[in-house]
Design a protein around this ligand. Structure first.
Ligand code: NAI
Length: 328
C-alpha cells in the first residue's frame, strides 16, 4: 500500500519512519503541502492519503482523491470535523482516525495554559529577561479549593478532571453522556450550572453543529467574574469576537487557547515575517492575561509515537479488509 502523507514536518517523518520497519507492506511518500482541493491531485498513483487537523477535506478534495483512485483517508489526529464524512462514504473512501493516542498530553497542556494565564508566566518571563524584577500585574489566584468545570468528559476531559482533582480542586462537569469512571470525584451538572459555578472552565468536547460557538456572549455573561477559560479542543467552540467582548467587559481572570477560529492558515507555519492585517488573534494577543499556543496539545514524544503506530495499524486493517473502532 502506498500512502501520501500531506503537511509533513520533520517530526512527523521521524516518528513515522521510526516504526515503518514493522509494516513492510506499507510505502510512504511525504509532501509538505497540506491536503486541500488543489493538492489532492498529488495523490495520483497512491492507495491512501494521510491528513491532519488543518486539512480541508470537503467535497472538492474528496472528488479529486476519488478521481486519483484513493480508497483510504487516514487522519493522524482525533478530531474529524474538517472531513465531509457523509460524502466520503458516498464515494467509497474509508476514513480512519486516531481517537485516543495520549489524552494526558492534551490535558497536561490545558493545565499548563490555565497556570500560565493565571500566573502571567509569559509576561513574567519577558520581564525577568529585561532585568525587570517587579511583580505588579502578575498576581493570580490559587487553584486549590476552587471549582474546575470540565465540558466534555471523554478521554481528554477525564484526564483533565484527574489533573484538577490532583490540584485539590472541586471538579464539576457537563457532558451529554456521563463517564462512570469519574463519578467518585466528579459532580455532573447542567451547562448553566457549570458556567455559573466554575472558577476554571476547560473545553474538551468535539466541534459539531450543536457545540459550535457554545462559548458566546450569552454563555460568557453567565460565567463568574474572574473565570479562567481554556480551550484545547477546537477553535470554533468559542466565538472569538464575543470572547474579545467578554475580555473587554473584564469577565476573565485569564484565557488560554491552544486552538482558535483563525488558526487554519497559521497552524504549524512560520508567519513571523508577515503583516497579519485582519487578524483577531493579534487583538487577542494584545491582552495581558491571554496565552495562545499553536495547536500543540498533542505534541509530546509519547503522543507522536502512538499516532504513528495507530495510523499504520489503521492502514493495515484497511489493507486486510478488517473493520475497526477507529473507522469514522
Ligand atoms: P472523546 O470523544 O473521548 O470525548 C468527547 C466528549 O465530549 C464525549 O464524552 C462526548 O459525549 C462529549 N460531548 C459531545 N457533545 C457534547 C456537548 N454538547 N456538551 C458536552 N460534552 C459533549 O474525545 P477526546 O479524545 O477527549 O477529544 C476531545 C477533543 O479534543 C477532540 O474532539 C478534538 O477536537 C480535541 N483535540 C485537541 C488536540 C490538541 O492538540 N489540542 C489533540 C486531540 C484532540
Amino acid at each position: 500500500m502506498k500512502i501520501l502523507f500531506y503537511d509533513t514536518k520533520s517530526y512527523d517523518r521521524e516518528s513515522f519512519d521510526a516504526c515503518l520497519a514493522d509494516f513492510p507492506t506499507i510505502e510512504i511518500e511525504y509532501t509538505p503541502h497540506d491536503l486541500e482541493p488543489r493538492s489532492a491531485s498529488l495523490a495520483e498513483g497512491c492507495d491512501a492519503v494521510c491528513g491532519f487537523v488543518s486539512s480541508d477535506i470537503g467535497e472538492r478534495t474528496l472528488d479529486r482523491l476519488h478521481a486519483c483512485g484513493v480508497k483510504l483517508l487516514l487522519l493522524r489526529c482525533a478530531g474529524y470535523n474538517n472531513v465531509d464524512t457523509t460524502y466520503a462514504k458516498q464515494l467509497g473512501i474509508r476514513v480512519m482516525r486516531v481517537p485516543g493516542y495520549s489524552p494526558e498530553a492534551v490535558a497536561e497542556h490545558a493545565m499548563a495554559l490555565a497556570l500560565s494565564c493565571n500566573r502571567r508566566i509569559c509576561k513574567a518571563y519577558n520581564r525577568v529577561r529585561e532585568n525587570d524584577f517587579s511583580l505588579a500585574g502578575l498576581m493570580g489566584v490559587n487553584f486549590y479549593q476552587k471549582t474546575a468545570g470540565i465540558i466534555g468528559t471523554g478521554k481528554i476531559g477525564a484526564a483533565m478532571c484527574r489533573i484538577c482533582s490532583g490540584f485539590g480542586m472541586k471538579v464539576i462537569a457537563h457532558d451529554v453522556y456521563q463517564n462512570d469512571s469519574l463519578k467518585e470525584f466528579v459532580e455532573y451538572v447542567t451547562l448553566e450550572e457549570l458556567l455559573a459555578r466554575s472558577d476554571l472552565i476547560s473545553l474538551h468536547c468535539p466541534l459539531m453543529d450543536s457545540t459550535r460557538h457554545m462559548i458566546r456572549l450569552e454563555t460568557i455573561r453567565r460565567m463568574k467574574d474572574g473565570v479562567i477559560l481554556v480551550n484545547t479542543s477546537r477553535g470554533a467552540l468559542v466565538k472569538t469576537d464575543d470572547l474579545i467582548e467578554g475580555i473587554r467587559m473584564h469577565k476573565f481572570g485569564g484565557v488560554g487557547l491552544d486552538v482558535y477560529e483563525e488558526e487554519t492558515n497559521n497552524v504549524f507555519e512560520d508567519r513571523s515575517d508577515e503583516i497579519l492585517e485582519h487578524s483577531v488573534t493579534a487583538r487577542l494577543l494584545s491582552f495581558p492575561h491571554v496565552v495562545i499556543t499553536s495547536h500543540q496539545g498533542f505534541f509530546t514524544r509519547e503522543a507522536l509515537q502512538a499516532i504513528a503506530r495507530t495510523t499504520l495499524e489503521n492502514a493495515m486493517d484497511a489493507l486486510e479488509g478488517k473493520s475497526s473502532e477507529n473507522d469514522v
